[in-house]
Design a protein around this ligand. Structure first.
Ligand code: FAD
Length: 389
C-alpha cells in the first residue's frame, strides 16, 4: 500500500508542536501528523512551573529574550500574550497570577495539556517514534527508527536538548543542518551557577534565600536568589544565566536599601541591622575580613568596603549546573535562515521552525512557553495561508 502523504508533519509533541497542530486543526482541514519520540505528549509542559506551568508573564517584550528582537516582535505581533490568554479562556482555562507577574495554571499543568490535546485531536499523533532524518524529494520524507512518513509541509518543533530525561535531543539542529541551515550550538540556560573557590563561603549557607539584583552583560535583573550546596540558584540567577557566557556578574544584596543610610547612627550589630538573613550577613563579613560590630563603630575604610561589597559584589561563576538541570537551551537554528514574519525557512520552501529549536530564548517567568505557543501559531497560520486554493 502506498504511504500516505500528509499536508503537514509536525516534529515534536511539546508546547510549540501541539499548539501548531491545534491551530491547524481549528482553522483548516489540512491533514496533520505529529511525530513524537516519547510515549506521550508534553512531558516538559507537565513538569513545568513546579507542576503548574508558568504559561506567560504580565510583561512580555523582546527585551525579555536573547535573540533577534525584530523577529520576536514580529511573531508576538501576530500572536501575543493577550491572544494566548484569550485562547485559553475560550477553552475554559483562566490562568492565575502569582507575584503580580507570572501566569500559572490554577491547579495543574494537566489543565493546559488537556486543552492542547482536545484542540489538536484531529491530528494523528505517532508516539514512540524516534526521529532519525529528514529529506526533501517530491515531498518531505521523515525517517524514524521504525518507519517513514511523508508530508508536503514540515514544522520542526523538537525543542532544546536540556532535560534529556524527558526525551529532549539535539535532533532539530541535526535535521536543520542536513537541509542547509546553520545553527548556534545549544548551551544550558536558566540554570544555577557553580562557584569558584573564592566564593565557596556561600555553599555553607545552602537554603538561604532573599531578593537580590544581578547585573550581567548590561542587563539588570531583580528577583529571589537561593544559595545552594552547589552554588547559586533562584529565579534571578536562572535568568542571569541566560545572558552569561563567561566572566563576572555583579550582585546587589541590598537592592531596596542604601547601606550608607542603614549604617548611619545605627547602634545595632551589623548582622541584625541589615534586612538580610543574619547567617548570610555574618558569613559574608567573615569572608570580607570584617568583624560583626555596632554599625556606628565601623571606620570609614570598613564602611567603604561594606558598601561596595553589599551593593556590587563581583562574582565570576565557574559554570552552570549544565544540561541536565537547565530549564532551557540558548542557541538554536539561526534566525537569519528564517523568514521573520512566517518562520518558514529561507532555504527550503514549506519547512518551518517553532519553539526552542530556534535561536530565541526567554528569561525565567513564562517567556519560553509564550515563545513556543506564539511561534507554533504563526507557523500554522502561514502554512494555512500557503495552502489556500
Ligand atoms: C523542568 C522545566 C521546567 C520548565 N518550566 C517552565 C515554565 O514554567 N515556563 C516556561 O515558560 N518554560 C518552562 N520551561 C521551558 C519550556 O518547557 C520549554 O521552553 C518549552 O517546552 C519549549 O517548547 P518546544 O515545543 O520548543 O519544545 P518541547 O516542549 O521540549 O517539545 C519538543 C518535543 O520534541 C520531542 N523530541 C525531541 N527529540 C526527538 C527525537 N529525536 N525524536 C522524536 N521526538 C523528539 C520531545 O520529546 C518533545 O516532546 C521549563 C523547562 C523545564 C525542563
Amino acid at each position: 500500500m502506498a504511504e500516505r502523504t500528509y499536508d503537514v508533519m509536525i516534529l515534536g509533541a511539546g508546547a510549540s508542536g501541539m499548539m501548531c497542530a491545534a491551530q491547524l486543526n481549528e482553522k483548516s482541514d489540512l491533514s496533520v501528523v505529529v511525530i513524537e519520540g516519547n510515549e506521550k505528549a508534553a512531558k516538559k509542559l507537565k513538569v513545568s512551573g513546579g507542576g503548574k506551568c508558568n504559561i506567560t508573564n504580565v510583561n512580555v517584550s523582546a527585551s525579555n529574550y536573547l535573540g533577534d528582537e525584530q523577529l520576536i516582535e514580529s511573531i508576538f505581533s501576530q500572536f501575543s500574550k493577550e491572544d494566548l490568554l484569550l485562547w485559553l479562556e475560550h477553552r475554559g482555562l483562566k490562568p492565575v497570577l502569582r507575584k503580580e507577574q507570572y501566569y500559572f495554571c490554577p491547579k495543574s499543568s494537566e489543565e493546559i495539556i488537556e486543552i492542547l490535546k482536545a484542540a489538536s485531536a484531529k491530528s494523528d499523533y505517532k508516539f514512540g517514534e524516534e526521529i532519525i532524518s529528514l529529506s526533501k524529494e517530491e515531498h518531505f520524507v521523515l525517517k524514524t527508527k521504525k518507519r517513514k512518513y511523508k508530508a508536503k509541509n514540515v514544522v520542526i518543533a523538537t525543542g532544546g536538548k536540556s532535560f534529556g530525561s524527558l526525551g529532549a535531543s539535539e535532533i532539530g539542529l541535526e535535521l536543520a543542518a542536513s537541509l542547509g541551515h546553520e545553527s548556534i550550538s545549544f548551551l544550558p540556560a536558566l540554570a544555577g551557577f557553580t562557584l569558584q573557590k573564592n566564593a565557596f563561603w556561600m555553599k555553607e549557607l545552602s537554603g538561604i534565600s532573599f531578593e537580590a539584583e544581578v547585573t550581567v552583560a548590561g542587563k539588570t535583573l531583580y528577583e529571589d536568589m537561593l544559595l545552594t550546596h552547589k552554588g547559586l540558584s533562584g529565579p534571578v540567577v536562572l535568568s542571569a544565566s541566560l545572558y552569561w557566557s563567561k566572566g563576572e556578574i555583579s550582585i546587589n544584596f541590598l537592592p531596596k536599601n542604601n547601606l550608607v543610610d542603614l549604617l548611619h547612627n545605627n547602634r545595632r550589630l551589623l548582622s541584625t541591622a541589615l534586612p538580610l538573613p543574619k547567617r548570610f550577613t555574618q558569613a559574608f563579613i567573615v569572608h570580607l575580613g570584617i568583624k560583626d560590630r555596632a554599625c556606628v563603630d565601623y571606620k570609614n575604610d570598613e564602611r567603604a568596603l561594606l558598601v561596595s561589597a553589599f551593593h556590587t559584589y563581583h562574582l565570576a561563576p565557574a559554570g552552570t549546573y549544565g544540561f541536565s538541570k537547565a530549564e532551557v537551551c540558548k542557541g538554536g537554528v539561526k534566525t537569519e535562515t528564517l523568514n521573520s514574519w512566517t518562520l518558514e525557512s529561507n532555504i527550503l520552501e514549506n519547512l518551518f521552525f517553532a519553539g526552542e529549536v530556534v535561536d530565541i530564548t526567554g528569561e525565567l517567568g513564562g517567556y519560553n512557553f509564550q515563545w513556543a505557543f506564539s511561534s507554533g501559531v504563526v507557523a500554522a497560520q502561514h502554512i494555512i495561508e500557503n495552502n489556500k486554493v
